[in-house]
Ligand binder design. Structure first.
Ligand SMILES: [Fe+2]
Length: 219
């Protein structure tokens, strides 16, 4: 086991139960991802996030029912919808928590870019149809998902409603990733590279759920 990464002077203690050899725990109230790097979850926190994602309420599960053109384009549309939600909230947030929220939402869309770019390129690499990635088709799917998720919140949400909406969106992402992973595995379409890609996507979006949960709990 390697020594925990010491990226700054501010970490309070090293969590013994964290399932990463580079884990550093920082008091959430002084957490700055630029200084402290990504957050690390305990095995039980990760478990809890996976269970919640797989027990999505019917209203969230229904969101993806009409967009399953192919498994990977469904993933792509939902990832792009999450990206748009976080992007909009990055611009729209306001009030005393403005700076922290602005950076939190920025982190979510910045770090998701590699994931959705990888999914789109993998889809094409596997012989997917280019026309399914046309701006018109993609934005139609993104609009559909955004509308269904955001309809539960006001058009001008409070910062905490933005975090809750982002959290709903991230649970949908995890649920879709899991469903697509299982579908491709069952049909024998899951190559080693696609397996890695989808697993990495799940890990990244579990981190996002963790961050948004922390924000929602501050309310
Ligand atoms: Fe910006």
């Amino acid at each position: 086991m390697t020594e925990p990464k010491k990226s700054c002077q501010c970490h309070d203690y090293h969590r013994p139960d964290v399932d990463s050899t580079e884990a550093v725990w920082v008091d959430p109230s002084s957490y700055d991802y630029r200084q402290h790097g990504p957050p690390y979850m305990t095995a039980s926190e990760r478990d809890d996030i996976r269970k919640t994602a797989s027990k999505l309420s019917p209203r969230l599960a229904a969101i993806v029912e009409d967009i399953d053109v192919t498994p990977l384009t469904t993933v792509l549309v939902v990832l792009l919808a999450a990206n748009q939600v976080h992007y909009s909230h990055h611009w729209m947030t306001h009030g005393p928590s403005y700076y922290g929220d602005h950076l939190l939402f920025q982190r979510l869309f910045e770090e998701s870019a590699d994931v959705w770019d990888g999914v789109a390129e993998r889809y094409l690499g596997l012989g997917g149809r280019r026309e399914y990635l046309s701006p018109v088709d993609l934005t139609a799917g993104v609009a559909q998902v955004c509308r269904r998720v955001c309809t539960y919140y006001p058009n001008d949400p409070t910062p905490i409603q933005m975090a809750k909406c982002g959290l709903d969106m991230e649970y949908i992402v995890l649920s879709v990733l899991k469903t697509v992973y299982q579908t491709m595995e069952k049909s024998g379409a899951l190559s080693g590279g696609t397996d890695d890609l989808l697993q990495a996507a799940m890990n990244k979006h579990e981190e996002f759920v963790y961050l948004l949960r922390q924000r929602v709990q501050q309310a």
